[in-house]
Design a protein around this ligand. Structure first.
Ligand code: DGL
Length: 283
C-alpha cells in the first residue's frame, strides 16, 4: 500500500515534501490534476467530481489513504465525499481506504486547540483580538471554512480572508517571480486596508502559495508569523496512522508522480522549490 497525495496541480508538492520528510520509508503516489487546474474558480459540483476522480485514481494505484493536499478540494469536497461516496466505494473495493484533508490540522495549528474542542459561548469581553489573515483561492474563501471553524473554537481570533484569483494558476504556469511578488504585495495591501492594520498572523491557505512562501514572507511585516500547512498536515497524518494500523503506508520508499496533464518535467519555479527536476508520468 502507499500514501496518496492529491492536488489540482503542483501546489500539493509542498505538502508532499513534508510528508516524505516525516515518513521517509513509506511509499507515495502524488497526483496533480493538471488537466483541470486551477480549481479555485470552479463550481462546487465540479470540485467534488474532480476530487472524487482523483481519489479513485490514487486508490486504483494501491493507495490506502488519499491526502487532499489542496484547500479548495478539502474545503468544498472532503466532507461531502466522506459522507456520501466513500462508505459505498470502500465496500465495493473490499479494503479499508480513507480520504483525509489539511483544513483540520491547519485549524488546530491556528487555534492551538484539538479539533474536538469547541468553545463555550460565554459572551465574555475579549481584551485583545488576534487578527488572522487567510490567503486562499476564491472557492476556499467563499466556503468560509476558516472563519466558521475558528470562530467555533476561539472568540479572541478574528479571521479575514483574502481571495487571490489567478495566483495559483500563475504559480502553476511557472510565472516570473517579479510578477508573483507584485500580485502578492497587492493582496497583502488589500487585506491590510480591509482590516485597518497589519494582521497578527497569516495562513497560506492554498498549497500553491507555499511554493512562493518567501514572497509572502517579504510582503508581510517581519513580525507576522506564517502558519505553515505542510508541517501541520504531516503531524496530523502521523497521529492518524498511529491510531489506524489498517492503513498501511508501505515501506519501500517508492515515489511516483502522476499528472492528468502533460507528462514530463515541470517549470523551473517548481524545480527550484523541489530542489531537483521532477518528471511526471501520465495518470
Ligand atoms: N492548491 C490548491 C489549494 O490549496 C488549489 C489551487 C487551484 O487549483 O485553484 O487551494
Amino acid at each position: 500500500m502507499a500514501i496518496g497525495v492529491f492536488d489540482s496541480g503542483l501546489g500539493g508538492l509542498t505538502i508532499h515534501r513534508a510528508l516524505i520528510d516525516r515518513f521517509p520509508d513509506a511509499d507515495f503516489v502524488f497526483l496533480g490534476d493538471q488537466a483541470k487546474v486551477p480549481y479555485g474558480g470552479r463550481t462546487g459540483e465540479e470540485i467534488v467530481e474532480l476530487t472524487k476522480a482523483g481519489c479513485v485514481t490514487l486508490f486504483e494505484q494501491g493507495c490506502s489513504v488519499a491526502v487532499l493536499a489542496c484547500n479548495t478540494a478539502a474545503s468544498i469536497a472532503l466532507r461531502r465525499l466522506q459522507q456520501t461516496w466513500l462508505p459505498g466505494y470502500r465496500k465495493a473495493l473490499g479494503r479499508p481506504v480513507n480520504v483525509l484533508g489539511l483544513i483540520v490540522p491547519t485549524i488546530e495549528a491556528a487555534t492551538g486547540l484539538p479539533w474536538e474542542h469547541e468553545a463555550e459561548r460565554r459572551g465574555d469581553k475579549v481584551e485583545k483580538l488576534d487578527i488572522l489573515a487567510v490567503f486562499s483561492t476564491p472557492a476556499t474563501a467563499a466556503s468560509r471554512v476558516y472563519e466558521i471553524e475558528i470562530d467555533k473554537r476561539r472568540q479572541d481570533v478574528a479571521v479575514f480572508s483574502q481571495p487571490c484569483p489567478e495566483l495559483a494558476g500563475r504559480i502553476e504556469a511557472g510565472a516570473p517571480r517579479e510578477e508573483l511578488a507584485a500580485a502578492i504585495q497587492s493582496h497583502v495591501k488589500a487585506i491590510t486596508t480591509g482590516i485597518g492594520r497589519s494582521p497578527d498572523r497569516a495562513i497560506l491557505g492554498c498549497t500553491h502559495y507555499e511554493i512562493v512562501a518567501d514572497l509572502f514572507r517579504a510582503a508581510l511585516p517581519p513580525d507576522t508569523p506564517l502558519i505553515h500547512q505542510p508541517e501541520a498536515t504531516a503531524g496530523a497524518l502521523a497521529r492518524y496512522l498511529e491510531r489506524h494500523a489498517e492503513y498501511d503506508p508501505g515501506h519501500a520508499g517508492a515515489r511516483r508522480f502522476l499528472t492528468t496533464g502533460r507528462p514530463g518535467v515541470q517549470s523551473s519555479l517548481v524545480e527550484a522549490f523541489w530542489g531537483t527536476p521532477l518528471s511526471f508520468e501520465r495518470a
